[in-house]
Structure formats: structure tokens, C-alpha cells
Design a protein around this ligand. Sequence first.
Ligand code: ADP
Ligand code: MG
Length: 642
Amino acid sequence: VRECPVKAIKIINGQAEVLSERCIGCGNCVNVCSQDAKAFVKTTEEVKFILEQSSQVIACVAPSFPAEFKELDNPEQFVGMIKELGFDKVVEVSFGADMVADAYKNLIASKKMKGMISSDCPAIVYYVEHYHPDLVNHLAPIVSPMVATKRILHELHGSDISIVFIGPCVAKKAESKEIDEAITFMELREMFEANNITKDSVKAEPFDPPHAGKGSVFPVSRGLLHTIGENDDIAESDIIVTEGHKNFKEVIDEYEQGDLHATHLELLCCEGCIMGPGMTNSEGRYKKRSRISKYVQDKMDCLNFDQWEQQKVALEGLDLSQSFEATDRRLADHAEEEINEVLAKMGKIEESDHLNCGACGYDTCREHSIAIIDGLAEEEMCLPHSIEKLHQSIEKLNSSNELLASTKQALQQSEKLASMGQLSAGIAHELNNPLGVITMYSNILRDELADDDPMREDLDLIVEQTERCKGIVSGLLNFARKNKVRHQDGNIENFCKHSLDSVVLPDDVEIKIEFESSMVNTTASFDQDQFMQVLTNLEKNAVEAMPNGGTLTLSLSDTIEYVHIHVSDTGTGITKENMDKIFTPFFTTKGIGKGTGLGLPLIYGIVKMHRGKINVDSNTDPNAGPVGTTFKITLPRNPLEV
Ligand code: ADP
Ligand code: MG
């Protein structure tokens, strides 16, 4: 996009497409595409057809050929090679250039045009016609050397001839209907190769007349001026000479704005025709230029001036005029709001957000936005915007990675719990019946005993311990039961307060309730029975961790999506090595008969079934800060939507 002077490249799904209606045929995209994804239409088949069908075909060779065919020992070999392809005559376009130069000289001398843009470069002509239609009248109404040559040849040989132009330029292909076909040097080489024609396989022959003079310097910058003997010395003339696809635009833009005091703009779209896209020789511009210079010097040395002059005199009345047509291809203007909207989408809100880095190919962020509106560009072409988006994706990816890791851990934990649960459920179920029998019979026996029977004490112990066993078994069954979560909307504040009622609180344990005053919403959806077990178990653990008293703090806060419940104590804390084990069934640090190690696994299961999270912070080292434990539960306000 950056390389296209008229932004005739449309980007769709990251692919560049040339819009022929906007294209000026400069061929720069073909030159710069390192992946060879852009090519121009080749017309060698059409030339073959002309060679087969026409009675007389004349090849008109552009004056830049010495810059392309550097392998030749002399120009005559080149003529021989072209004739070998079947051409009847091979002439140099340079003579046409000589005639065109005279026409320019006369036009300048006549002072008819106040400001004039040379019209020998077809890409420049298209540019003016399409993008500066108001300047069409400033184009010099003189044909290009190629068309001049055609008219000369028709004058000399009649109209029953076919003309094929061969040169470095792609834009020539569409320049004029007067020419039968135009091919590039690249295509000519392909034809040579296909026919096994080399400089050594042919008979060298001179160019056919008319023979050219200085017009051969046309393809280098200032070529036209050199030919007509003008100079663009800044102190002596107001001629502006420039070339290259950035410069010519700048000059024409400024010229149209009326900022230039120039009588003549001599412009070439490429950096001289010697750098045209139809060349295959990748030598530098100055090397090519010196090849042209050498060729012209050799030629001028042996030019028969009288004959050359006579030729020109003979053709003096030949019409070398042409007219141009304004074909406006400029894009429509857009409303400021529309442009700003697109800019905002790319994060460009303030003026300082407009980095105008040019990475998209457009000079400014604004131009890029306009191109987006016109369907020529995509947002993704903005590099800073894409980098920002990439950063966001990386962040998202990181957080989903974290989520994945914690889910994996949770999955492992629940698998462990599931198999433990199955086993415990089996055992618990089997134990339930015999325990029932033991309880029943020991009760019967106790009832049958006299009040003062010494065995009564033993039986009391049996009954008590059996009851304990039943407690453990029911805990196991509780843990193993795959209870379905029955979601119900409830006031979480009241619910948390209420949970403290079912816990036996010693006098030396102080209760603190820290509910955030600005809760978004006190309502959440959860299974009340199950969550009561969660809270009471946490509170019981907290109390048990504070045998010498302390503070149990219940805090509550929320966001739109989540409710956070924290149960903290100032108790013993959990050691680092126990941290990994506390959610494992039957892990307990409490003495026999005191703990079952089933509380936290049960809590874990319930929280997960609510699609929530449970984390623990704990400290056992008074030097590292206050000792105690905090269990943090994050519960989605509406687990069914998570
Ligand atoms: P139990 O309470 O029957 O021991 P839990 O599963 O509830 O079983 O707890 C497992 C273990 O986790 C406890 O034995 C204890 O070591 C540790 N623990 C749980 N809560 C706390 C807490 N608030 N403070 C210190 N340790 C705790
Ligand atoms: Mg417990």
C-alpha cells in the first residue's frame, strides 16, 4: 500500500488486490513485491499472433534497451535477435523522441501554454487524468515518442503494417490504441528463450531507418530537456524536473495548489524509464545511466547529421498532437464524524493517539481511516492497534492458561475425592446396619439392667462409642453423596449471620462481622442447605483452631458477578506442609475422636459444584505477621450463567 502512489491497492483479509480502475500502471507493486505475488499481464501470445497474421510487422525498440541487454557486444546483435523472432523491421523509438523533442521546443517557443506538464510518461498522464482532472489542460498536447514513431512509420511505409512496441514500461500497454501491441523487455527475453535465440545464434544487422539522434537519452532523468537543449538550472529557468513515484505526486499536488512558479514540469513516474518494471537487469540506476550515455556517445560519433536532418525535414508536417480526457477517479469526501468513528475503533481518540507511523501504508491515521471507509483498507493494518490487541490476547491467553491449570488441579482433586467418596460410601453403607444392631441391642441390654448394675457403665460406653461411629458414618455418607445443587436466591448477608447460630461459640471467642456497606447486591443464588454446611464447618474449624480464644471474623464483599466470603481466625494457623493436605479426605490434625478430616473435602466439593473457588491464607509464624487462617470463598452470584 505504501508503495502504490495512488493507493490503488485494496486489502481484503490481509491480501493485497490491485484495483485496475484506480491503477496508473506504474508497475511499482510488481517491482517491490518480494514474494512475486504481483505480476503484470503478459501479451507475448498476442505478439506471436500478430507475427503470424500480419504481412509486415515492425518492432519499435525503446531507447532504454542498452540498459537492459548488457550482455550484447553490439546493438546489431539485438536487431538480429528480434528479426529472428519474425519481425520484418526493427527501428529505434529514439527517432520519434527526436521529433517529439522538436515539437516540445516549438511549443515552448510559442509560449502558448503558461504551465505545462510533459506527457511522455503514460503513468504521469493517467495520474493527472484520474487524480488531478482539473490539470488535464496542462498536459503537453504532444504524443509520446512511441506514438510518434508509429505515426512516422505509417507515413513512411503506409498503413498496412503492424507495430509492436518493446520497452521497459508496463503503462505503455494501455497508452494508445494506435499501437498494435506493447511488450516489455522481460517478455522479449522470454520470447528469445522460448525460441532459443541468443546473440551468437543470429546474424547481426543494423537498425532500420529512420535513424535516431540524441533522442536516445529520453529514458534517463532530464532526457527530454537534454534532447531539446533546455536546462533546469534553478537560477535560469522555472522548469522542475523530478522522478520517482513519491516526488511526482508532491510536485503535481503543489502545482495544482498554485504554490509553484513553474512553466514546465518534466516528470517521470519511475526513476527514469531505465528503472521501469519491465526491466530484468537489476543493476543500479547510475550504472544503467552510464550504459545509455555510452550508447548515445557512440551513436552520435557515427551519426550522419545531414541524413538525420533530412529525415526530420521530410516529416515536418506530421501531426504529433494528442488530446487528453479528464477521468476523475478521486474518492468521495466523508463526514468528519464518520472518520472519527473509525479512528476511535482503532483507539485513536485524542490527537496524540495519531502516531502517523505509516506502518499501514498510509501517511496518516486519518488517511488510513478514510481508506477503511472506502473499503480499501482494514483496521488490522494499524500496527500500534494490532500490537495493543495482541497484548490483550496475550493477557486473555494467560488468564485462561491460569484457569486451565487451576481447573486441572481441581479436576485431579475431585477425581481423588470421587474415588475416596465411592470407597467411603461403600464402607459407610456396610457399617450402618451392624452399627444399628449394636446400638439397638446395647440399648435393650441397658434397659434390662437394674439401675445400680455395675455393667451399666460399660454398656453406656458401648452406646456412646457406637453413636460416635454412627456420626462418622453419617459424615462419610454426607461427603460421598452426590447431592444435586438446588439453586435458590437468598440474602447472603442474613444467611452468613444465621450460620453462626448453629456453631457452639466459647466465651473467649469474639465474633466480628465485617460486611461491606456498599454491596452491589445482597442477593445471590446458592443451595442453602449445602452452603450452611460450608459455613458451619469453616466456623467450627476456626473455633477449634483457637483453643485459647481469639477472634472469628466473617466478612462479605462483592462485585457485579461475584460474592466473596472470608472466614478468618486468629488461631494456630496451618503449617506449610499441611497446606497441600487439608482438602484430602480423612486428613486431620485433631486427636482421635475429635476430627474426621471430612469437613474441608466436603466444603471443597460444594464450592466447586457452585462453580466457585476456595483459597486459604495461613500463617503460623508470629514473626511473619499475625498468626491465623483465612478461608476465602468466591462464589459466582449466578452460578448457572458461569
Ligand atoms: P477436621 O476438622 O475434622 O480435622 P477438616 O477437613 O475440617 O477436618 O480440616 C482438616 C484439617 O485442616 C484440620 O484437622 C486442621 O489441621 C486443618 N484446619 C482446617 N481449618 C483450620 C483452621 N481454621 N485453622 C487451622 N487449621 C485448620
Ligand atoms: Mg472440621
